[in-house]
Design a protein around this ligand. Structure first.
Ligand code: MN
Length: 232
């Protein structure tokens, strides 16, 4: 049986040192997973545990992309994050089983319409339009995990060469296995799932013309340029 539309494609991500590409099934995200970022957003890390939200799979963009400044916002923020790529999954995983599901790691940017998110928080509304928009998830190529798990590596982001975010992965409130275990209580995780694990402090707004570069020591780097007008 033929499909009605050829234009619907499975999003995919490059893998470092491989011709194989990683097909993306779902994108899950963690919010409020670094204490200093919770504080800068006006929250209390003790009373605000990390939260989950999601983005559509086709929100990913390869590193090196030129991305149009999104519609419907006047306050677009970057958030550099460690991204976990799964090769298997399951429900109700414990931390040990969760680690066995990991294919690799990447560096991602969780672009956020901060003005819409602030309004959604204030009115108790969903975050979808603030988080799950087109091209909101630029991603580096995936590094396979068999060369070791990230633990205390540096995570950083620069805008036009100026350092804005600089932290250690060990600053995370929930570790990677804890995130996957928690997430698997709500969803059956599967091969092809990506999990953005939260951002450290230093988030701020960017404008068309800005060049944004994020990295994690030993994992990789992601670079994007924001442009005005339609996507290129
Ligand atoms: Mn985020």
């Amino acid at each position: 049986m033929a499909l009605l539309f050829d234009s619907v494609v499975i999003p995919e991500v490059a893998v470092q040192d491989s011709d194989l590409r990683f097909p993306v099934r779902r994108i899950y995200c963690v919010g409020q997973n670094y204490r200093d970022h919770v504080k800068e957003m006006g929250g209390d890390p003790k009373s605000s545990p990390p939260v989950f939200f999601s983005k559509p799979a086709d929100a990913i963009m390869p590193s090196g992309s030129r991305i149009a400044y999104p519609s419907a916002t006047g306050n677009l923020h970057y958030e550099v994050e460690l991204v976990v790529a799964l090769k298997s999954g399951g429900s109700e995983l414990d931390a040990h089983r969760a680690l066995q599901c990991i294919y690799g790691y990447a560096v991602g940017i969780d672009f956020t319409r901060r003005d819409l998110q602030a309004e959604a928080k204030q009115k108790g509304r969903p975050w979808d339009t603030a988080k799950g928009f087109d091209a909101s998830a630029p991603l580096s190529p995936i590094k396979q995990a068999d060369s070791g798990e990230p633990a205390d590596e540096r995570i950083w982001l620069e805008v036009n060469g100026e350092l804005r975010q600089d932290a250690k992965l060990s600053d995370m409130i929930w570790s990677v296995p804890e995130i996957l275990a928690q997430l698997s209580r709500y969803y059956a995780l599967r091969a092809g799932d990506l999990v953005f694990t939260g951002t450290p402090a230093g988030v701020s707004s960017v404008v068309a013309g800005d060049r944004i570069q994020g990295g994690i020591e030993g994992v990789g780097e992601v670079t994007v340029e924001l442009v005005s007008g339609a996507p290129i």
